[in-house]
Design a protein around this ligand. Structure first.
Ligand code: LHQ
Length: 273
């Protein structure tokens, strides 16, 4: 018996698209979906031809959080379950050395809302909505929501959204800073791909270091950020991308950052050539 894959994997023009594929349940997450998604993110890290990862959902939902039909009778505690599935997923996503776009094609609820917020870039369709639904079932927001949301909207609005499980629609989401862009439903998939391809043409090594610096800066002091910037700038400045960017500027042409990937993964630095 063949069953549908829980994650669909596609690649086009340097963009790896991972589609949550349990549309009948609005892509509610079971262990297989969470573990496969985490594995696919790790696999994307190791593929030089993949420059950007998009996470989106099949059908009318993005992700309705934990599959509530798939939790009873489990042999793990809540803590063990989170540490086994959701937490490695969110850690892998934020630690990935490539930009991850969460393309929120519909409702994002519970841990699905956390996943939506975890993207480096968050693109929503017009009919998307986000719900910190946890309190409806008397649970605590998890999978990073308590970290992401107050940083975006402040403590008080975050508490209200969590306590009342209020729906945030696309217009509110953009106003609150929960997404970077909202696109029409009719053209959403194409708009996401076009955005991702723009990102894929940017200097991959520099973006990897930028993501590292920003994530660390969110939890550190200004002094630590300045020290880290000085170290990472050396790594960026020694890389061929920097030479390409400067040369292109001088001769007034568009820089070409999408070279054929080398067999070993990262391109050698300009000085190693
Ligand atoms: C679902 C689900 C779902 C199963 C829709 N499960 N079937 C971590 C660790 C350990 C334990 C617990 O949790 C966590 C983290 C969490 O994520 S907790 C939060 C869990 N999620 C929820 O409580 C959300 C429950 N769903 C809803 O509130 C609604 O479905 C939303 C607001 C997401 C969407 O509402 P509608 O657009 O009106 O759709 P619907 O309710 O009609 O759902 C469509 C179908 O999807 C329906 O099935 P059916 O066979 O009747 O058509 C739902 O039963 C199913 N579904 N969410 N989480």
């Amino acid at each position: 018996m063949t069953s549908e894959p829980v994650i669909l994997v596609g690649t086009h023009a340097g963009v790896r698209t991972l589609t949550l594929n349990r549309p009948d349940k609005l892509n509610a997450a079971n262990d297989a979906l969470l573990l496969t998604l985490t594995d696919e993110l790790r696999a994307a890290e190791g593929e030089p031809g993949v420059r950007v990862v998009v996470i989106t959902g099949a059908g009318r939902g993005f992700c309705a959080g934990q599959d509530l039909a798939d939790v009873s009778g489990r042999d793990m505690t809540f803590t063990e379950h989170l540490n086994h599935t959701y937490n490695p997923l969110i850690r892998t996503l934020r630690g990935l050395g490539k930009p991850v776009i969460t393309a929120v094609n519909g409702v994002a609820a519970g841990a699905g809302a956390s996943l939506a917020l975890a993207g480096d870039i968050r693109l929503w369709t017009q009919s998307a909505r986000l719900i910190e639904v946890f309190s409806n079932i008397a649970l605590v927001p998890d999978s990073g929501s308590t970290w992401f949301l107050p940083r975006l909207v402040g403590y008080h609005r975050a508490f209200e959204l969590m306590a009342l499980a209020e729906r945030v629609d696309a217009e509110q989401g953009r106003a609150l800073g929960l997404c970077e862009h909202v696109y029409p439903d009719e053209t959403f998939r194409e708009d996401v791909q076009a955005y991702a391809e723009r990102l894929a043409a940017r200097p991959a090594h520099a973006l990897k270091l930028t993501k590292q610096a920003l994530n660390a800066a969110l939890t550190g002091t200004l002094g630590e950020a300045l020290d880290r910037e000085a170290e990472l700038q050396q790594l960026a400045g020694d890389h061929w991308e920097h030479e390409e960017g400067v040369t292109a500027f001088k001769v007034k042409r568009v820089p070409q950052f999408m070279r054929e990937p080398s067999a070993s993964g990262d391109q050698p630095s300009a000085r190693e050539r």
